[in-house]
Design a protein around this ligand. Structure first.
Ligand SMILES: Cc1ncc(C[n+]2csc(CCOP(=O)(O)OP(=O)(O)O)c2C)c(N)n1
Ligand SMILES: [Mg+2]
Length: 353
């Protein structure tokens, strides 16, 4: 996996500076990254358990992919904007979104509930690949405004096979849009392995569009940070898009409705578990004296309190009125939505008579 792959932090926890992707991680940064990975992972555990106990309709596990997500979150500037799938829990953690906010959707309570303008992250996009177009459109808008923001567009290996992603890349490269495509190659698109999506590294596709690309170790939080930062800065300075392929692995199920034992081996999962993003960060932090017991305990206590808060909030969340599903579909009133709302209100009235 390591050949041609940018890695700053080895699985053994050794830091190897890279000439093209400068980073001098101090203890404060390392602790912040550690905390966000731990909290992302805890959110994953709690949310999976809540789905299993019937409190959520669905959850999309993130275990194994937290490194690049958290790193990329730190690479973004506050006024940068991101478009994601359903799996970038680490990015939401870094951008300060309350984990409970993420769960309204999975409880069927709301289309989404965070303030996308404040957070700078769009809604979860379940329609695979479609938000690559939104990302490029937004980036072209930034360009027209003459602003110095950049857009991070996150999607998976499977999404790269969609027409939407192809069209997005054509526009991005041709117009030098300030966007970075961050592809998390987690080796699977549900039960379809990446070998069925491509016979060459996904990153090589970028050359055909005329944009630079880089393959990184997606389980290395420092590579995720350093490489995404260079790419975002390049984009905001007018250099155009970059394609980052982050090599990682989804160690959990695709969603809580999936049974991965039906299509992959335990050996494969174990091989990737040995490359865990948190373990290597811990090893490095210990080697430079940046991880002491008091700090570890304080993050553990914060994580426990967060878990309790998520459970209480979900169990205590009032059910919404079904008619509310017609709210907030568009920013302005929309005739079709209003007609549907009236029809549904009639239906509810008829049922209660
Ligand atoms: C347009 C579209 N086609 C199919 C699906 C069903 N679907 C949901 S997730 C998924 C696989 C996506 O794989 P990938 O892009 O690698 O992302 P990952 O789930 O691995 O993070 C598919 C095919 C969908 N949601 N949208
Ligand atoms: Mg995938």
């Amino acid at each position: 996996m390591t050949e041609g792959v940018v890695q700053l932090l080895t699985p053994e926890g050794e830091f190897r500076p890279h000439p093209d992707y400068p980073l001098e991680p101090d203890a404060d940064l390392l602790r912040a990254l550690y905390r966000d990975i731990v909290l992302t992972r805890r959110n994953d555990v709690e949310s999976t358990a809540l789905q299993r106990t019937g409190e959520l309709g669905l959850w999309c596990p993130v275990l194994g992919q937290e490194g690049v997500q958290v790193g990329a979150g730190y690479a973004m500037r506050p006024d940068d904007y991101g478009f994601t799938t359903y799996r970038e829990v680490g990015l939401f953690q870094v951008r300060g979104v309350d984990p409970v906010e993420l769960l309204h959707l999975y409880r069927g309570n709301s289309h989404a509930s965070w303030d996308i303008t404040r957070v700078g992250l769009g809604l979860f996009t379940i329609v695979i690949g479609s938000h690559a177009l939104h990302s490029v459109g937004y980036a072209m808008g930034i360009q027209l405004d003459g602003a110095t923001q950049a857009v991070l567009s996150c999607f998976g290996d499977g999404a790269t096979s969609t027409g939407d992603v192809h069209e997005a890349m054509v526009f991005a490269a041709t117009f030098a849009a300030p966007v970075v495509f961050l592809v998390q190659n987690n080796q699977w698109a549900i039960s379809v392995p990446v070998s069925r999506q491509a016979h060459a590294p996904l990153s090589q596709r970028a050359a055909g569009y005329g944009m630079p690309s880089v393959r990184i170790d997606g389980n290395d939080v420092l590579a995720g940070l350093a490489v995404t930062r260079v790419a975002l800065d390049h984009a905001r300075e007018g250099g155009g898009p970059t394609f980052i392929e982050a090599m990682t692995y989804r160690r959990g199920a695709h969603t809580t409705s999936d049974d991965p034992t039906r299509y992959r081996t335990e050996t494969e999962v174990e091989q990737w578990a040995a490359l865990d993003p948190l373990d290597r960060l811990v090893r490095y932090m210990e080697s430079v004296g940046a991880l002491d017991e008091v700090f570890v305990d304080s993050v553990q206590a914060e994580s426990d309190a967060m878990g309790e808060r998520i459970r209480d909030a979900i169990r205590g969340m009032p059910d919404p009125e079904p008619i509310g599903m017609f709210d907030d579909v568009y920013a302005e009133p929309h005739p079709q939505v209003e007609a549907d709302r009236r029809a549904f209100a009639d239906y509810l009235r008829a049922g209660s008579e």
